[in-house]
Design a binder for this molecule. Sequence first.
Ligand code: SF4
Ligand code: SF4
Length: 67
Amino acid sequence: MGEIKIDREKCKGCELCIHFCLNDCIVMEDGFNHKGYRPSLFINVEKCSGCAVCARVCPDVAIEVWR
Ligand code: SF4
Ligand code: SF4
């Protein structure tokens, strides 16, 4: 089991983390951050393996992972 935290103000909504998460743990938020981007949102706590792929692919270093 793992857990991630996405810094929604750092996120630029590129969706890379969503495509690379094999466990479908991340979706796009409905709202926008202060920079005007639609940030990603961690939704599936039970399925997260803590693999940290999402954090590695994030170009804006917006994701922290715990496992
Ligand atoms: S740590 Fe792995 S399983 Fe968890 S959200 Fe990131 S890519 Fe998905
Ligand atoms: S990879 Fe990073 S910048 Fe791109 S949507 Fe995910 S958290 Fe946001």
